[in-house]
Write a protein that binds this ligand. Structure first.
Ligand SMILES: Nc1ncnc2c1ncn2[C@@H]1O[C@H](COP(=O)(O)OP(=O)(O)OP(=O)(O)O)[C@@H](O)[C@H]1O
Ligand SMILES: [Mg+2]
Length: 158
């Protein structure tokens, strides 16, 4: 299992959100609170944007695919660390789940506009490091790291 990310250093900053099954509002709220808090800390817009996207996608995956979970946003040393832990069905094949377009979201979730199978790929794109560990029938732990010195993505330059 992934070691707690705060093991070797005190976090400079910490947000902690409980996320429950089907609580779609909590996912949006956790992302907007993260965005606000990181902006107030004066982090680069690119780091703030990527952190908020990861929080949103991770929270939505708990809401849609798991039973309940917690989401933590920590700044430790020179990184934003986003850690999502849930209890739920877990992910039997992580490599497959990471592929763009792969989704087990049920019909009613797709009708709501989710379930494109893009969340994990999007989180990977937005992070400098993404680790996913899961035990089928038990739950999933996801940890994304974003370096504070992260450069502007070339796509964003106009
Ligand atoms: N926390 C989780 N618990 C159990 N299964 C998960 C979890 N997160 C992801 N998965 C599995 O991985 C698949 C891919 O996840 P991903 O976030 O990429 O897409 P999605 O949630 O299905 O759709 P989208 O994120 O585009 O709305 C999911 O359909 C689901 O099968
Ligand atoms: Mg998703």
């Amino acid at each position: 299992m992934i070691e707690p990310c705060v093991s070797s250093a005190e976090p400079r900053f910490q947000l902690d959100y409980p996320i429950n099954e089907s609580d779609f509002l909590a996912a949006g709220e956790s992302a907007s609170k993260t965005k606000k808090a990181l902006q107030q800390l004066g982090l680069k817009p690119e780091v703030v944007k990527n952190s908020a996207i990861i929080v949103y996608e991770a929270a939505m995956n708990i809401v849609i695919h798991a039973t309940s979970g917690r989401l933590k946003v920590i700044i430790v040393r020179d990184e934003v660390v986003i850690r999502a832990e849930d209890t739920g069905p877990g992910i039997p094949d992580i490599e497959l789940a990471m592929q763009e377009g792969y989704s087990t979201a049920p019909h009613e979730i797709r009708e709501m506009g989710f379930g494109a199978g893009m969340g994990l790929a999007n989180m990977k794109h937005c992070s400098d490091e993404l680790i996913v560990e899961s035990e089928p029938g038990v739950g999933t732990i996801l940890e994304a790291r974003i370096h504070l010195g992260q450069k502007e993505s070339p796509r964003e330059i106009r």
